[in-house]
Design a protein around this ligand. Sequence first.
Ligand SMILES: [Zn+2]
Length: 134
Amino acid sequence: MTRRSRSTRRLRAAAEAERVHRWREAHAADPEFVERNRLRQLFRLYGLVPEQVHTLFDAFYNRCAICGEPETAVSRTGRPKSISVDHDHETGRIRGVLCDRCNRALGYLRDNPDLLRRAADYLERPPWEGIEAA
Ligand SMILES: [Zn+2]
């Protein structure tokens, strides 16, 4: 590697980041590109080939395994997000597909079934009802 000044390396890195950003923006409007990218990502993350992805999503009718709703979240670019593949972080095993909200809810409660049951109990039987909210 040739020696370059730190500022030259930073400028080149910034130019490359800008090039990648423009390329992504230009392709974000292309549904085929978005789908190919999604399939590539699911292969990289979970080893799923496109046929397995379609089988999985079809099995859940593209709806969340918890709330039964289709995905409503949108990406940073304003495009509707695809429903998420959910997996066990310890075993890597795929459990199903979840909407963004339910996926986050599991994560916030640390994928802990006991905490999730306690949260449901809390909602159904609040432990303290002393003050009426305004
Ligand atoms: Zn959901």
